[in-house]
Ligand binder design. Structure first.
Ligand SMILES: Nc1ncnc2c1ncn2[C@@H]1O[C@H](COP(=O)(O)OP(=O)(O)OP(=O)(O)O)[C@@H](O)[C@H]1O
Ligand SMILES: [Mg+2]
Length: 352
């Protein structure tokens, strides 16, 4: 694929991301302004606060991305932007910004599905290590704050949904259980850190297998964790940064919870890959930043003789480069948005 540099804008949730990506693969610059520290104070995302933070940071983010890439508007082939899914107010900031840039500079506007961005992060070249390009047919597990699903791809931009969560997303479960354990927001990375310090691995939480399906469920696990924590703390001290549990016990419970989530994710992904005759497995979305998930899936994929492609952690969580990677494919396929482009908060990626 040969496309010139694409300017990509991501603002679907709580990261303002602007990147310049060439050929859907080479990152010329990728700047992310994260609101995580701000939302940590409230223990989660307040949509209006998130939208206003995008408004505040989007121009400085562009300035930094622009300076780092060393290109001019003459070099830019198109402007790609996340149209959904995500928070409406957050999406609108990025969409309006991208629209204005496309209009003023006379560039095509390419709409991108945020989840397709998480998937196409696997095509971004990584100067920090060898990363093979995914090969079709492939099976991809996307695990993020709002989504958890398995898709099969037999070619670019072709998706068949194999299974999805019937309730909470894996990242959402990490965040909620993190909060119950008194860990700071977001819970995902905090649970990973706490679990790594556990010396006792006896805590076992239930796994929701849902028979032979490729669907997932994490709400029962969350309830089981909540009950255990409530019993052990008499229901006290479960607000942010405060828990009646000792740090050792928090670590043990975090370990038990993380094992339960990862066991189901890895087992189902490997089974789906074998059933589909996959020639590669792709892992993406914010939860793919989890070291234990990455290592466990890598080991299983290696044992099955199927290469695993997983972007480095900073490309798994929300960023503009992944929108540039998907945007290049979409542009090549002729996707264009008019200046009437609107946010699509519930945009799906694939059907069964
Ligand atoms: N190391 C980690 N271990 C587990 N979970 C993690 C880790 N790092 C990040 N996460 C989780 O990833 C999620 C954020 O991912 P991402 O930024 O892709 O989500 P989102 O954009 O909010 O959701 P979506 O992509 O579904 O719209 C959070 O739930 C966070 O806790
Ligand atoms: Mg995301």
């Amino acid at each position: 694929m040969t496309t010139g540099p694409i300017l990509a804008v991501e603002s679907s949730c709580d990261e303002t991301g602007i990147a310049i990506v060439e050929d859907g693969r080479r990152i010329l610059s990728n700047v992310v302004a994260s609101q995580v520290a701000m939302h940590a104070a409230s223990g989660g995302i307040v949509p209006e606060v998130a939208a206003r933070a995008h408004l505040r940071w989007i121009v400085p983010t562009l300035d930094e991305a622009w300076a780092a890439a060393g290109v001019t508007w003459n070099d830019i082939e198109a402007v790609a932007v996340t149209e959904g899914p995500g928070l409406a107010g957050s999406l609108l900031v990025g969409i309006n910004f991208a629209k204005t840039l496309a209009y003023v500079h006379g560039k095509p506007l390419v709409p991108v599905n945020h989840l397709e961005g998480h998937l196409y992060a696997a095509w971004l070249a990584d100067e920090t290590r060898e990363l093979p390009e995914p090969i079709f047919p492939l099976v991809a597990l996307i695990v993020s704050g709002g989504h958890t699903f398995l898709v099969e791809m037999r070619d670019h931009l072709q998706y068949r949904l194999l299974g999805e969560t019937v309730d909470d997303a894996a990242g959402e479960a990490f965040d909620k259980v993190g909060r119950l354990l008194g860990l700071p927001y977001p819970g995902g990375p905090e649970i990973m850190k706490a679990a790594a310090t556990a010396t006792n691995h006896d805590v076992v939480f239930p796994r929701a297998w849902l028979g032979e399906t490729f669907d997932f469920s994490f709400s029962g696990l969350k309830t089981a964790a909540r009950r255990t924590i409530a019993t052990e703390t008499d229901g006290t001290g479960t607000s942010i940064g405060e828990t009646a549990l000792s740090p050792d016990r928090v670590a043990e419970l975090a370990y038990g919870f993380q094992e339960s989530v990862i066991d189901v994710l890895v087992t189902k992904t490997l089974r789906a890959a074998l059933a589909a005759g996959a020639r590669s497995i792709v892992l993406g979305g914010g939860v793919a930043a989890n070291r234990v998930l990455r290592d466990r899936l890598a080991a299983g994929a290696a044992a099955s003789g199927i290469p695993l492609v997983v972007p480095r952690p900073s490309l798994c969580t929300d960023n503009g480069a992944m929108i540039g990677a998907a945007g290049a494919r979409r542009m090549e396929a002729g996707a264009r948005a008019g200046l009437d482009l609107d946010a699509r908060p519930s945009l799906p990626l694939a059907r069964r």
